[in-house]
Design a protein around this ligand. Sequence first.
Ligand code: PEP
Ligand code: MG
Length: 755
Amino acid sequence: MAREIKNVVWLDEVNSQSISMVGGKGASLGEMISAELPVPGGFAVTAHAFRRFITETGIADELFRVLEVNVDDDEQLKQAEARAKKLVLETDMPEEIKKDIISYYEELCRREGEEVFVAVRSSATAEDLPDASFAGQQETYLNIRGARQVLDAVKRCWASLYGARAIFYRAKQGFDHSKVDISVIVQKMVDAEKAGVMFTSHPTTGEPKVIIEGAWGLGESVVSGAVSPDMYVVDPFNEEIVSRTVSTKNIMIVRGEDGSTVEVEVPPDKRDAQVLTDDEILRLASLARLIEDHYGVPQDVEWGIEKGKIYILQSRPITTIKREEEVKLVLEGIGASPGIASGLVKVVHDVSELNKVHDGDIMVATMTTPDMVPAMKRAAGIITDEGGLTCHAAIVSRELGCPAVVGTKRATTVLEDGMLVSIDGEKGLVYLGRLEEEEKKETIPAPALSTYVPITATEVKVNLSMVEATERALATNPDGVGLLRIEHMILGLNQHPSLYIKEGKQEEYINELVRNIEVVAKAFYPRPVWVRTLDAPTDEFRSMKGGEGEPIEPNPMLGWRGIRRDLTDREHFMLELEAFRRLVEMGYTNIGIMLPLVQHVNELRAAKQLMREAGIDLEKVDVGIMVEVPAAALTIDQFIEEGIDFISFGTNDLTQYTLAVDRNNEHVSELYNEMHPAVLHLIEHVIQRCRRAGVQTSICGQAGSNPKMARKLVELGITSISANIDAVDAVRRAVMRAERQLMLDALREKQANSR
Ligand code: PEP
Ligand code: MG
């Protein structure tokens, strides 16, 4: 917390979480530095310093008063701008802030060994909102040199918060001027001799090839298309330059004497010369690898080389979004299903309102329930108040390929029917207005990652909950299904299993199970499909027809669900087992039976006994358990001894039970961390024991869809990783990299030992 109140912070002290302190721009630069990328050094004058400036000097009241004008009246608007800017520019900065800025600038100069040119950029931020909605409304000052000039530029950035356009925009969008803050980023200018862009993977095929474009001078000439750059293609694994295309470069953009940027002719001897040396090409390619590893998806990167040193100036996913002028960020939540969607809001308070959701609408609900799936299928996007990455809305929308933002806390209060909104399901943002997918450079279509499928030793599988998503899942070319949740197919029947039993329709129920599971088992045959027995929380099943009898539990997450439920409701469990028996008899020996929420070996023993009684040939099917309760992880040896073919980490539950953090509670979602050392410790322990005993290990929790976790698991020796449909490609790449790295490390060690 102490950092929160600093006037100035180094960029390497902040990261993506620091938006309220240093705005979106500062946070993103900090994140790249924390990934150890060579980002030009610098510091941020915090939003807090700006607050202190207006309060300690006593201008705040007057400042916000002069902004109270009719913004539709040009004269009044101009006057507001002039008065507010004058107040900011003519009021002296408190000494302490001045001193801090000067000392950071001097330290920056000391580090760089000269009085450096810096870029001074505004990075606005508002309470609860990142700066996205203010992008482009405040100023940037390039090529500033000298402490006095820096102080002056910081003041000018602050003043730019009160430009006419910015005042107008905030007033129109209902933002309180007094709630908007501004941080100022002061960063060393890179005076590049050579610069350009690179794609960390081939943007058309998704192959792990780095494509580098470079030209003389500053990167603007490449970004703006003013010059045809050289193009180099590198295979980063073999550290081999696959091709070089050298173009004629007639112009370049450089820093002029006075610090301004000017366009000049390229000297004749350099026009047709290769811009980058082979060493520079390879160094860039290895940075590309680091960057893609850090972000987990292919990136479009801007770079520059000054005095032989490479700088990374910006990195963003290959498909980026463009904001239209009038869009406004209204809500933030958790990006639950990637993609951009725009449409009209339809708030659904309960199932009686489902009909108002038409094709292409954005469905908004407190939380979705299984009976809402038909409307979810029509929606172009989904927004919820509640929930985390593994809630119903998140799982279903990912499988439907429908962008979704969950856990926004107040979507149903802030949004109204008929509003045009856009959602960014990757970042978890909701905007008023229409966002459009930016047309990527015409020659380079968006990546089609699954066209290139590398073979990995660690199997990469897919998770599936909705039978309808089988085709999409299959299209990712997975090595099998690591989790088939049957709750969703049962919930989809919209009749509680106990009602089937009560009405004597057991046969009908078994047939429904067989019919649904067979679709997946057949589509993937002979690849393994691990089907999980029912894991039905009472709160979700109560809303079904015939579900009235579900007990009301104070905490359903810790209640009557998973294998404990099936073992006490044996009548139902036997129907499930009969369905499995028939499927095996039909020849689907690729099925594995997976038991959820197991916490004691007795449960495995009892379940296996019932399987035998049901006539399931345990020689023909694999049986395994989910490791999602710390107790199961800690006593894994007993399960191994009892006899299991596989285990699969259910990290959604394992994390919540290890950390005491409700996975669906957005109020504690910041504490929910699947990579917490305690969770990793349990995982490592189980993998070690299972490896020794020849038991397969896998993961089917959401964490398996995180490339960073995937790498870690490969290092720990997991047998397979099961990811969500949208994450299979990225996970496969991460697995491939981790495996190659392990081989390389082993080889290097061997070489070192033989020397
Ligand atoms: C898990 O807990 O990680 C898991 C995959 O199961 P579910 O999300 O269905 O509880
Ligand atoms: Mg679970």
